[in-house]
Design a protein around this ligand. Structure first.
Ligand code: DQA
Length: 130
């Protein structure tokens, strides 16, 4: 099985951004965590990050056919990007939405995900384990 992991804006700043919420570990630590889990579980992960909405859409459109599933943390785009929602709806592999933090226990705007209806599942609030 191979899974495409796509991370959205500001996740490259893990370790620097709001450590009280996102922890002290870096984005590289997150990538290594995912790849190590993949080795253990015999899943091939490819991990990508972008700060740009259009780039996220392009990378999904151009690569999804190589994967069995998409795992996406759209970061702030979660809460308002109908373009990423449409993109996920247009591909024929299952997508799962993930967040490091507990989006339900933070600001009001984070409780709404416009991506969620396009996904088969959602994991959040467990840091790297999400
Ligand atoms: C996030 C939660 C979003 O609300 C936020 O904009 C992020 C990260 C998370 O992983 O907890 O950038 O997706």
């Amino acid at each position: 099985m191979n899974i495409f992991v796509v991370n959205g804006p500001n996740l490259n700043f893990l370790g620097k951004r709001e450590p009280e919420i996102y922890g002290n570990k870096s984005y590289n630590d997150l990538v290594n965590f995912i790849l190590a889990f993949g080795e253990m579980a015999k899943i091939d992960f490819e991990v990508y990050q972008s700060n740009s909405e259009g780039e996220i859409i392009d990378i999904i459109q151009n690569n999804y056919q190589r994967f069995d599933a998409l795992v996406i943390n759209p970061a702030a785009y979660t809460h308002y990007s109908y373009a990423i929602y449409d993109c996920i709806k247009s591909i024929d592999i299952p997508a799962v939405e993930v967040h490091l933090s507990n989006v339900d226990a933070r600001e009001e705007f984070r409780k709404k995900s416009v991506i969620e209806p396009a996904c088969v599942g959602k994991f959040y609030g467990k840091g790297f384990n999400s």
